[in-house]
Design a protein around this ligand. Structure first.
Ligand code: HEM
Length: 447
């Protein structure tokens, strides 16, 4: 008879809440403690939900590979209210069909057209920046990445009313989700509570605007080459079918949500780290000056910017925008020789693995050079996975990496950003890992 994972050592708790309060109060600290003090599988009770944390990369890979045995957790499924049957929250055949349809749109070759949008919007933002001023760089990055995603999806920018409506709705709904999650300390308990009015109104407003944009596009027959047109034209290679308006809405809401805050948080993390490690900043600037001189960056520069690339990789190691992921076992199964019951929530944390001393020397230190000599390829799978892994790996990975590198190169070539000393930098583990109080920086123009 196989032993049960709940026979393994894990955090003790005598109450019905289990470790829910500890997890809710300080998710990063709690996960780190579990990851360092116990074994490869750490059993945890989150309220009445049996759960575990995996810290063995082999097991992480196994779970991420098996999309039917391990489905998205209840917390993520709750996003369905907002995202419907979009890629992030759907399962089974409906997910597979959509993934097949959308995958080609995100191929390296096609996303290169977005490189120009990314640089143009960044340069437009830089025109409003001044030497010596103080800014909240978190807000700036959020606005910039939202602008880029709006232009890439709808060919419109935040000065258009429709884009503002969608952006506002996204903001209200995401704040609502974060607030509920914090109030209830877990993904599970609040799911069946009534929704509040401003949240419902925001979703309705967003739906109205997105449907209007789809309709206008259908009526005008225009094709500006944005993601909306590509999604509308995509045909299933098996049965030739196209997406319904409802599917288009779900995918658009998903892409906007998944494609904006994560990239923004990556860059905000970069600015924090560069300010704390001036020698890295100097080396980065040297590469940018040598490769770009006075001209703007573009996609063909990427192979000449290896240090810039390592800075992004290392920042995502230290501050992974998605700090933990979860799956739910659909049936009794086995991991590492232990029995896992159906319904068990399985957590895999980038925060824990990316800072694990078994795989990274001086894990707390920002050291882009560590990625030299193909470290990423040489690490076991399941150690470094900022974009997830397996069949449900982030579809926007190439888009996000392209965006992160181009934005970093464009901004760092023109400005040096230094943290305002008295401003607290606190990592908040919300839906994504983000700075709780923003990030205040002082700007210095680079000659
Ligand atoms: C640095 C930026 C980003 C990070 C760190 C990130 C991270 C992730 C992770 C970890 C997952 C897997 C979630 C899971 O398996 O439970 C994921 C899925 C996804 N991401 Fe990203 N992402 C980023 C940017 C983007 C962008 C730019 C887009 C689109 C424009 C995007 C769209 C998606 C979608 C649609 C999924 C669901 C894929 C599926 O299940 O088939 N992401 N992302």
């Amino acid at each position: 008879m196989m032993p049960d994972i709940f026979e393994l050592p894990g955090p003790k708790s005598n109450s019905v809440e289990g470790s829910l309060l500890d997890f809710g109060r300080d998710p990063l600290g709690f996960l780190t403690k579990c990851g360092r003090e116990y074994g490869d599988i750490v059993p945890i009770y989150l309220g009445l939900t049996p759960a575990c944390l995996l810290t063995n990369p082999e097991y992480i890979e196994q779970v991420l590979k098996e999309r039917n045995l391990f489905i998205k957790s209840r917390g993520l499924r709750a996003l369905k209210h907002l995202l419907g049957e979009g890629l992030l929250s759907s399962e089974g055949d409906s997910w597979l069909r959509q993934r097949r349809l959308i995958q080609p749109i995100f191929h390296q070759k096609r996303i290169t057209t977005y490189g120009n949008i990314m640089v143009a919007y960044t340069e437009q933002m830089l025109k409003t920046w001044h030497d010596g001023e103080t800014r909240d760089i978190h807000q700036d990055m959020m606005r910039l990445t939202l602008n880029i995603v709006m232009k890439s999806i709808f060919n419109c920018d935040l000065s258009d009313q429709a884009a503002q409506d969608v952006a506002h709705a996204l903001d209200v709904t995401m704040n609502w989700f974060d607030k509920k999650r914090q109030e209830n300390f877990a993904f599970v308990e609040w799911l069946h509570k009534p929704k509040d009015i401003s949240y419902e109104n925001a979703i309705q407003q967003m739906n109205k605007t997105i449907y209007q944009m789809i309709n206008e596009r259908r009526t005008s027959g225009e094709n500006p080459g944005d993601l909306l047109s590509m999604l509308m034209e995509a045909r299933d290679e098996v049965d030739g079918s196209q997406m319904s308006d409802r599917q288009l809405r779900d995918e658009i809401a998903t892409l906007m949500l998944a494609g904006h805050e994560t990239t923004s948080n990556t860059l905000t993390g970069v600015w924090v780290l560069l300010s704390r490690y001036p020698e890295v900043r100097h080396q980065l600037l040297a590469e940018l000056q040598q490769v770009l001189g006075e001209r703007p960056a573009n996609i063909t520069d990427l192979p000449q910017l290896p240090y810039t690339d390592m800075v992004i990789k290392e920042a995502m190691r230290i501050y992974p925008p998605v700090f933990t992921m979860a799956r739910e076992a659909t049936q009794d199964c086995e991991i590492g020789g232990y029995q896992v019951p159906a319904g068990c929530m399985i957590m895999m944390s980038q925060w824990v693995m990316h800072r694990h001393p078994r795989y990274f020397a001086e894990p707390e230190v920002f050291q882009p050079e560590r990625w030299r000599d193909d470290l990423e390829k040489n690490l076991p799978r399941g150690v470094y996975f900022p974009f997830g892994d397996g069949p449900r790996v982030c579809i926007g990975k190439s888009f996000a990496l392209l965006e992160a590198i181009l934005l970093l190169a464009t901004i760092a070539r023109k400005f040096e950003l230094t943290l305002v000393p008295e401003h607290p930098i606190v990592a908040q583990a919300a839906i994504t890992l983000r700075p709780a109080y923003g990030v205040k920086v002082m700007l210095k123009k680079v000659d």
